[in-house]
Design a protein around this ligand. Structure first.
Ligand code: NAD
Length: 357
């Protein structure tokens, strides 16, 4: 039984990792999360009663608090998912992205380095700092039919992806310079249960159910490579358990889709799965509205996940069709979860969810 420390464990992907670790392994988990607008303790409710689960509300920029937690919990590995993660928010206000994604990662690396130096040689050799990152660091594939590999040069486009690229460089430098054993994973777009309703897929489902417009950027022709979040969580636990320190693994679902096709598929699933439509709506597709494109919007991302498949034996279990169906069914049966976000009661404040995705 190992002790995991998971930063950002109250977020979308972090909570899937924590649910996976508690429900499918015997490991202990401590979640370190500041609970920003994106953190939601109810996403951890399915595992909160486990005696192998602990939660600490801590900002990763708070070095003294990080030192205390590392001393107290003595983790065997750190999975670092805490981040500001929404591209549109990074365009409106970039400082929180610089602060958490760059400065916060640096604080965590420094705390981890000092903790790791004090471990026995045996524990030092087994320790892993796993940094979870995005394929957006590679930039835009435009109209080409290439794929991102682990050696694709970085060319981030947005404040978000630039801040994640910076953190990836810091993490690798801490291994090269100080010997801290690190692994970096870069993953494509995730979707699935417990996804905050400012992101494309949950926003479209929730707006459609309310009979509101479905805002699609530009002509909807941007291509993203989608991965079901539980497949990503399984990949991350595989990497941290069996991956090689110093390595990078790309993670993706082989599911390239144009945004407009995703929205059309969601509309068709809702036609099939909802017994009634909002008043005055003949077809969910009628709600689709094209809006001014996001500045600097990348046209295409696509991941070559061959390395993790060959070396660690991981493969996604969901197709896009099966994962999207599960996701729509989850939002239909977990209305209380997303309504508490819309009315702000999950954090005691009302949120202004204005951006399309
Ligand atoms: P999210 O926004 O849903 O969750 C982020 C979590 O981090 C929240 O619980 C938030 O409270 C916490 N957090 C933010 N700032 C913090 C701070 N200063 N200290 C402590 N906790 C803090 O994000 P997500 O979609 O779950 O993404 C998790 C990680 O995976 C991020 O690093 C992101 O860059 C990466 N990623 C996301 C995707 C995706 O499609 N969502 C794809 C690839 C990689």
């Amino acid at each position: 039984m190992k002790q995991f420390l998971v930063t950002g464990g109250a977020g979308f992907i972090g909570s899937a990792v924590v649910r996976h670790l508690i429900q499918h392994t015997g490991h202990r988990v401590v979640v370190v999360d500041k609970l920003t607008y994106a953190g939601n303790l109810s996403s951890l409710a399915p595992v909160a009663d486990s005696d192998r689960f602990a939660f600490e509300q801590v900002d990763i920029c708070d070095r003294a608090a990080l030192d205390r937690l590392l001393t107290r919990y003595q983790p065997d590995c750190i999975m670092h998912l805490a981040a500001e993660s929404h591209v549109d928010r990074s365009i409106d206000s970039s400082w929180p992205f610089i602060e958490t994604n760059i400065v916060g990662t640096w604080q965590l690396l420094e705390a981890a380095r000092h903790y790791w130096r004090g471990l026995s040689a045996e524990k030092q050799a087994a320790f892993v700092f796993h940094h979870i990152s995005t394929d957006e660091v590679f930039g835009d594939l435009h109209g080409s039919d290439d794929f991102f590999t682990e050696t694709t040069p970085y060319a981030p486009s947005s404040p978000y992806s630039a801040s994640k690229a910076s953190s990836d460089h810091l993490v690798r430098a801490w291994m090269r310079t100080y010997g801290l054993p690190v692994i970096v994973t870069n993953c494509s777009n995730n979707y699935g249960p417990y996804h905050f309703p400012e992101k494309l897929i949950p926003l479209m489902i929730i707006n459609a159910l309310a009979g509101k417009p479905l805002p699609v950027y530009g002509d909807g022709g941007q291509i993203r490579d989608w991965l079901y979040v539980e497949d990503h969580a399984r990949a991350l636990v595989t990497v941290v358990s069996t991956g090689q320190a110093g390595e990078t693994y790309n993670i993706g679902g082989h599911n390239e889709q144009r945004n407009i096709d995703v929205v059309n598929m969601l509309c068709d699933l809702l036609e099939e799965l909802t017994p009634t439509k909002p008043a005055g709506i003949a077809h969910f597709r009628d709600l689709i509205t094209f809006v001014t494109d996001r500045p600097g919007h990348d046209q295409r991302y696509a991941i070559d996940a061959g390395k993790i498949e060959r070396e660690l034996g991981w493969r996604p279990q969901e197709t896009f069709e099966s994962g999207l169906r599960k996701t729509v069914q989850w939002y239909l049966s977990h209305e209380k979860w997303w309504r508490s976000i819309l009315d702000g009661s999950y954090q005691g404040e009302r949120l202004g969810l204005s951006s399309p995705h």
